[in-house]
Ligand binder design. Sequence first.
Ligand code: IFM
Length: 468
Amino acid sequence: MTTESRIARQLDATASLSASFPRDFRWGLATAAYQIEGAADEGGRGPSIWDTFAYTPGLSHHGDTGDIACDHYHRWESDFDLLAGLGITDYRLSVSWSRLQPAGHGPLNPEAVAFYSAQLSGLAERGIRPLVTLYHWDLPQPLEDAGGWPARDTSYRFAEFTRLVFKQLGHLATDWITLNEPWCSAFLGYGNAAHAPGLADYGSAVAAAHHLNLAHGLALREIRDMSTTARVGITNIVTDIAPASDSADDAAAALRLDAASNRIFLDPVYLGAYSAEVHATLDRFGLASVVQPGDLEIIAAPTDFAGINHYQRVIAWADARALPLGLRERAAEPATTSFGWSVIPESLTAVLQRVSAEFTSLPLYVTENGASYDDYVDPNGDVMDIERVDYLRGYLGAAAAAIGLGVDLRGYYAWSFLDNFEWAHGYSKRFGLVYVDYRTQERIPKLSAHWYRRLITEHQAAAAVATD
Ligand code: IFM
């Protein structure tokens, strides 16, 4: 049996699913610079906090680093051919701050500008629309040495970086995301040491959170100053949080967790102020003292869309001894990805409904959603990731359900295009729709990539008929 027939045997019809999406719905895949580029010492790139973290013994799985990753720096042209071949119309990528501005201030590195200009032009040549993330966690190490995100000055350095990048690359992309998941940068980076720079001080995490919000607002202002046509948004991870029981204590614990993971980022950007719940939860860690007059006006300036990353439903319960928030949490059942994350598609519907009901009427994009599984190349040379196909079918069904309920959802970017460097978990977690053999750098589209292509093709065919 050929690969084609093996794959065809596993694929279901997706026409009824694809018909649930609006005609101009965007079908994308997403990546981030440090996770795929490699070439860590090439092209004038300087170290970022992730190089330092990965090189510190014991911090990343097996001591894995992003030095080589998917070698996308050298292979981006064939990778983009692959993307085009998969029928992808939209691609979310990030630019590396430590490649573009290695010192964290001063002029941009021309080699890096040339690299990203070529990438963005290469996407255009292939008819793929880019969605460019300006910051996906790779803070230049010199800025961390100067205080990192807990220091207010870093927000201004990001604004300067944005201005320089947009000046050089702004004509090559319409859609821009300022920050990816500031919750991870702040709370995993400075709160519990799970991510770079590996600090565990909750007060620093809270300061970092506010400075990331401010950095978003300042960067947005820079882009607005230079362009009337750019479409700009921020991507937040929005977690579906439920209390473990009906008790008042558990309900309060869930609200605290919501305040410290979702609301601290959604409130100021979309509602113009940190809510009472956020202040009640985080003022004792210094939130009120880092907010300066005028910050909230900057942070709340209107954006053009809201980026939502969604992965998990978690269950929270009160435990006064569990610091810092007096609660514990776990993945909701069933927890079935290789990370032990929950697979509950309805949580995506809930999150999308919640954001559009409570926070913003802007168009929404799911800028990341996906799952890691223990994929392997079978004796035929195929990667039959049936679990990921089920996952995508379920979560896209949930996205369609949200649209049916009135949510203005305009696009979906699956995480991720390629298997890649999964931060502190190194290469042990595979999220790609395309398998990467890290030893040879061979790319093998998984069953899920074929399924996604079929969905997109059916959607496009139906859209073409509707237009005739
Ligand atoms: O790999 C990450 C990505 O960089 C940000 N969002 C979550 C993904 C999976 O952990």
